[in-house]
Design a binder for this molecule. Sequence first.
Ligand SMILES: [Zn+2]
Length: 47
Amino acid sequence: MVHQDPYTSDRSYYECRDCGSRATAERTPAACPDCGGRVRNIGVPRE
Ligand SMILES: [Zn+2]
């Protein structure tokens, strides 16, 4: 069993170009879950 820290796992960080919402996901979705607009990957968040 893999032990992962949710803050350091390799999740992508993306931003919606239409509504500006930002979220993390295991993979950047093709469309914004909120408005269906296009999203862009802005990298992996780092502390
Ligand atoms: Zn959106």
